[in-house]
Design a protein around this ligand. Structure first.
Ligand SMILES: [Zn+2]
Length: 256
């Protein structure tokens, strides 16, 4: 799998390198973190906020997940911008983050569509669901917005991307699990998701969309739920990931 690993690495590099492109169009002139005016060459973040280090790579896909891609390391200004969107309803910053993800897919281009991505069958885009109580508090659904944003770039590259947000629902409010270790998170998330889809998921491929990939327990539980309903392959695309691991991204052996 060395070939697919290096290709996925190239894709990731492309995602990383274009993270600032064109976000100016939807977030003109202000840093998404500190909100100071941007200089002409700056886009999503100002020079002070732009992370000096390249983001860490997400490591092995979580159990049950076949491939993982992520745009930013979840730290510093990225964390600040995401918090402003999620917890302070800063919708312009949210639009800029969604656009950054979409532009990253645009720039990755055909290199993204390796292995299972080459399959001619439709690719269902499924946002990690937010519990109804969280939705009520927050007033909007951030993973829904991120998922909607990636449909266009996928379709423009010839992928039959279909919007299937109903494929997963969150039965319990498990979004915030502070202070739990990996095992405790896994236990807390067991059975947290259900599949209410009336349309069949047999042999469907899924691109799961999340805002932040942390321990991977949420993505793993979503993948197990989807696969128990017949889904053949699950990839995760996240806006950001906690920079805990340094291993290169890997794609597991393609499923039959
Ligand atoms: Zn700034």
């Amino acid at each position: 799998m060395t070939g697919s690993r290096s290709t996925l690495g190239q894709v990731w590099a492309a995602l990383r390198s274009v993270s600032n492109d064109l976000t100016r169009l939807v977030w003109p002139g202000r840093c998404a973190a500190c909100e100071q005016p941007l200089a002409a060459e700056e886009t999503l973040f100002c020079a002070s906020c732009e992370p000096e280090q390249q983001p860490a790579l997400p490591g092995e896909p979580p159990p049950g997940v076949d491939a993982v891609l992520s745009l930013f390391a979840y730290q510093g200004p990225v964390r600040t911008a995401l918090h402003k969107w999620k917890y302070h309803r800063r919708t312009a910053i949210g639009r800029a983050l969604c656009e950054a993800l979409a532009e990253a897919l645009d720039a990755a281009g055909p290199r993204l569509f390796i292995g299972e991505f080459l399959s001619p069958s439709p690719l269902a885009v499924v946002p990690v669901p937010t519990h109804v109580e969280r939705l009520r508090e927050r007033g909007f659904d951030h993973t829904w917005a991120l998922g909607k944003a990636v449909l266009r770039p996928l379709r423009e590259q010839g992928v039959e991307a279909i919007w299937r947000p109903e494929a997963l629902t969150r039965a319990r409010a498990t979004e915030n699990l502070p202070g739990l270790d990996a095992q405790e998170r896994k236990a807390a998330l067991a059975g947290a998701f259900s599949c209410q889809s009336k349309r069949s998921l047999e042999q469907v491929r899924v691109l799961l969309i999340d805002d932040v990939l942390t321990s991977g327990a949420t993505a793993s539980e979503c993948a197990h739920t989807l696969k128990s309903h017949g889904v053949s392959w699950v990839a995760v695309l996240s806006l950001a990931h906690t920079p805990a691991t340094k291993a290169p991204p890997r794609q597991k052996a393609a499923s039959p």
